[in-house]
Design a protein around this ligand. Structure first.
Ligand code: PLP
Length: 381
């Protein structure tokens, strides 16, 4: 992408050279089946798998045996929500989830609803926050599952998962956490968080696509959603994606090493972007700016701007409110009460570890140029 600034890191991050090298090594040397312990090729593969599990667990301050390797977060979240929810349906049929959760959470929750669960979707306010009192009222002693993400993928808004997990525990419910957008940007300690299951994915933290993990609290059982062999303690049968997991492991190790510097870098860049956007774009709104957010994620809108803002960006690769929305505007912004036309026209800038201040300035200028051109089509270049 010559000359185009990549600002869509919330969608996918470029893999680190160390992740690519680990994947290549896994393909060249670790191509055996980790289930074949009787020969060296299998044992080499098993060592890669064990190493990956250890690196993932270390990032989350978890035990190796609590990690279930998956193809990504969608699979991990489906496994947790359906696998735990199905078991709880008869005794604790209520499921509580936030309105701004990712479809990888909302769709399996809806599936449980079709199977007889009583689904409660908690609204978010204009800043994307969940009211703790509403949450407390919703989680009753018939609640089996609470689903709450750490950081929202569109706005970056953070939720108080630790408080929700403590509440769930008091009521005898389990908490499933989508930590995809927080991983690699904020420290995650599963014990401190108090969740029961937590999903992450490699391709949002400088690893490859197609590799992810579910952390499942030790001793917790769930119903597998795939049926086959005994891999991953029978919870996720199927030969694992070893090259992907090797890349994920390298990304986890880098995240542990670089996390404080990365977070500070992203916070500085994000603050500059938002200050420059406010200075250059009349009427700009930064969605969720009133709530705590992960560093480096900025969802911008200009109420009343004619449609097509994202399409005006020639030098910036970003996402829009229309991405994955079927043309109805970002479901997250809609849940925050943003009118459909404005939600459709919003732009998400996702900065990354490799983003620079110069790029941030160029992004702000390009956003401003595009908005001005839409306002005054006749003057557009
Ligand atoms: N949850 C969140 C918050 C995400 O941003 C994404 C990716 O878009 C997912 C879940 C799904 O992750 P994966 O692409 O690994 O299935």
């Amino acid at each position: 992408m010559g000359g185009v600034i990549y600002a869509d890191h919330n969608a996918t991050t470029p893999p680190l050279p160390a992740a690519v090298a680990a994947m290549r090594a896994a393909l060249e040397e670790g191509w055996g089946n980790p289930g074949s312990r009787q020969h060296a090729a299998g044992r080499r593969a098993l060592a890669i798998l064990d190493g990956a599990r250890h690196a993932i667990a270390a990032l989350l301050h978890a035990r190796d045996e609590e990690i279930v390797c998956t193809s990504g977060a969608t699979e991990a979240l489906n496994l947790a929500i359906l696998g735990l929810g199905e078991r709880l349906l008869a005794t604790r049929p209520r499921i509580v989830a936030g309105a701004s959760e990712h479809p990888a959470v909302l769709a399996p929750v809806a599936r449980l609803g079709e199977a007889g669960a009583e689904v409660v979707i908690l609204p978010v306010d204009a800043q994307g926050r969940i009211d703790p009192e509403r949450l407390a009222a919703a989680v009753d002693d018939r609640t089996g599952l609470v689903c709450l993400m750490l950081a929202n993928n569109e706005t970056g808004v953070l939720h108080d998962v630790a408080a929700a997990a403590a509440l769930a525990r008091r009521r005898g419910a389990l908490l499933v956490c989508d930590a995809v957008q927080a991983a690699g940007k904020l420290p995650i300690d599963v014990a401190a968080l108090g969740a029961d299951a937590l999903a992450i994915t490699a391709h949002k933290m400088y690893g490859p696509q197609g590799a992810g993990a579910l952390w499942l609290r030790r001793g917790l059982g769930l119903s597998p959603q795939l049926h086959g062999g005994g891999q991953e303690r029978g919870l996720r049968p199927g030969t694992p994606n070893l090259p992907g997991l090797a890349g994920f492991a390298a990304a986890c190790a880098a995240a542990r090493r670089e996390l404080p510097a990365r977070a500070a870098h992203l916070a500085a860049l994000g603050a500059r972007l938002e200050a420059r956007a406010r200075a250059l774009i009349p009427g700009v709104v930064i969605h969720g700016a009133g709530a705590p957010r992960i560093p480096g994620t900025t969802m911008l809108g200009v109420p009343g701007l004619p449609p097509g803002w994202l399409a005006t960006l020639a030098t910036v690769a970003a996402s829009g409110g229309s991405t994955c929305s079927g043309g109805h505007g970002s479901p997250v912004l809609r849940a925050m009460g943003v009118p459909a036309a404005d939600a459709l026209n919003a732009i998400r800038i996702g900065l990354g570890a490799g983003s620079t201040l110069d790029e941030v300035e160029a992004i702000a200028q390009e956003l401003a140029r595009g908005a001005a051109a839409l306002r005054r089509p006749a003057d557009a270049p």
